[in-house]
Design a protein around this ligand. Structure first.
Ligand code: BG6
Length: 493
């Protein structure tokens, strides 16, 4: 049951000394605390291998909060709720010590046995930790027990099934919160509201009125120090299997009969089931891969992917993916969903562009120009908002048209401070709301879809690098749309 107030709980963060905890989890927890969205009764145990003390962890949490919120109030009170437990993930003795500390905090803080286990660490340990939590008695309390897992959830369908089995031996599906941080983003959550709370869009939201949908999630950074992980992942697994397919599902799903996790998920699953499967020989018609090469930007040399730390100098890993997805159902038959994502592109931007079909007859040819199509742009980041592109009359003694834009931007609203995705997701998990987490069925179907592509790519060496750092990707990605009579709308306006 979803609770309106956050209940008392003990949060155990595995990977407490890591980067994710420092950059995202501690500041997000602090925000919840400051906004009084954490119960008064809460405690956090940071769990990791290093031999830290409570005091070292508390100072670390304080630093991480002050880095993003320099004027954080009541920070000392906040960090007093943190405890540290040095831990060996494979050793029962470690879990028993952890259990003893948890029992003590349960009593001291009146936590009613409610526990959230947040695994913010290397995925190879997810299964082992889940098994130990049960075997060593950490789930033997009266309250709820929820497992929060960061991505990647497996490496392909087979490994994901294996991991899921291990986890489900301990936690029921309802208690597993698989994070896809895109689902915590304000404007990703807004997709559903824009669609289902406005009478003007839903009647047009189908293959009679929409010609194609484009989703771009581009990054300017390279792989930084994550070469080791990225070599085994690539853009397809890192971004498409989860974030991009989740956005496709939200854009394409039918209206749920109710706004609860079960109904929403079941509509999203239907979209993923309707994705047209791709045969091996068809992969090049639907997917394009890329890898960035070196470039000079503003007089500075940018390394190519193959020169990055922990990357094979002959690497076949994709740092860019463009794809054309077809959803074979009544609503979407014939409408391509084009997706693209990559590292070291021109801009950091996530945008969804819905392109409507042309008007049936154009009365307003402006000399030789065609009328611009109507576009609905959903700006996910860095700007947040929506823009509707229309045609209107040019002012003056003329009947020529001119493109105009109706825009709504949350960035323009004073005091509208969008909470960080992690803050919302942590809050949801503490209240038992799994709507914005991925259900196993969604994970399995997404892997099934992308596995086909990765199998073909892994068995054929690509001629990489094929796009320059700082560009919008390889030219084949443009051809993917050109062959259908479309082009990528720029993401920079
Ligand atoms: C993560 C990927 O899931 O998403 C990263 O592992 C990527 O490689 C990141 O950089 C992008 O997230 P955001 O929120 O910056 O778009």
């Amino acid at each position: 049951m979803i609770q309106s107030e956050t209940p008392a709980s003990l949060i155990m963060i595995f990977g407490a000394t890591g980067d994710l905890a420092k950059r995202k989890l501690y500041p997000s927890l602090y925000h919840l605390f400051q906004r009084k969205k954490l119960a008064k009764h809460f405690a956090v145990i940071g769990v990791a291998r290093r031999p830290w003390s409570d005091e070292i962890l508390r100072n670390h949490v304080k630093d991480s909060v002050l880095t993003s919120i320099p004027d954080a109030e009541r920070i000392d009170e906040f960090i007093s709720h943190f405890y540290y437990q040095a831990h060996d993930v494979a050793d029962s003795a470690s879990y028993i010590e952890l259990k003893n500390l948890a029992t003590k905090l349960d009593q001291n803080y009146s936590l009613q046995g409610n526990r959230v286990f947040y695994l913010a660490m290397a995925p190879e340990f997810f299964g082992t930790i889940a098994e130990h939590l049960k075997k060593d008695g950490l789930t033997d309390t009266e309250g709820f027990h929820r497992l929060v897992i960061e991505k990647p959830f497996g490496h392909d369908l087979e490994s994901a099934i294996e991991l899921n089995k291990q986890i489900r031996n301990v936690f029921s599906e309802n208690d597993v919160y698989r994070i896809d941080h895109y689902l915590g983003k304000e404007m990703v959550q807004n997709i559903e509201v824009i669609r289902f709370a406005n009478a003007i869009f839903e009647p047009l939201w189908n293959n009679r009125f929409i010609s194609n949908i484009q989703i771009t999630s581009s990054e300017m950074l390279g792989v930084e120090e994550r070469g080791g992980y990225y070599e085994k992942s690539g853009a397809l697994r890192d971004m498409v299997q989860n974030h991009l397919l989740q956005m496709v599902a939200l854009l394409a799903m039918e209206p749920p009969i109710k706004l609860n996790p079960k109904e929403i998920r079941s509509e999203k699953v239907k979209v993923l089931r309707a994705l047209r499967p791709i045969k091996d020989t068809e992969v090049p018609n639907y997917f394009v891969r890329g890898q960035y090469g070196p470039a000079e930007i503003d007089g500075k040399r940018i390394s190519g992917y193959r020169e990055e730390l922990n990357v094979n100098p002959d690497s076949n890993t994709d740092t860019y993916v463009a794809g054309k997805l077809m959803i074979d159902n009544f609503r979407w038959a014939g409408v391509p969903f084009y997706i693209r994502t990559g590292k070291r592109m021109t801009a950091k931007s996530t945008k969804i562009i819905i392109q409507f079909k042309d008007v049936p007859m154009n009365l307003y040819y402006n000399s030789d120009e065609k009328l611009a199509p109507n576009l609905l742009v959903i700006h996910i980041q860095p700007e947040e908002g929506i823009t509707l592109h229309l045609n209107a009359k040019n002012t003056g003694q003329t009947m020529e048209t001119t493109p105009v834009k109706l825009s709504f931007s949350t960035n323009d609203i004073a005091g509208y401070n969008t909470p960080e995705a992690y803050e919302k997701l942590l809050h949801d998990c503490l209240r038992g709301d799994a709507t914005n987490f991925t259900h196993w069925d969604e994970v399995a179907l997404s892997w099934q879809f992308v596995d086909k592509v990765s199998q073909v790519w892994e068995s054929h060496k690509a001629s990489f690098p094929n796009y320059e750092a700082g560009s919008m990707g390889p030219k084949e990605a443009d051809q993917l749309l050109e062959q259908d009579g479309f082009f990528w709308w720029p993401v920079t306006n």
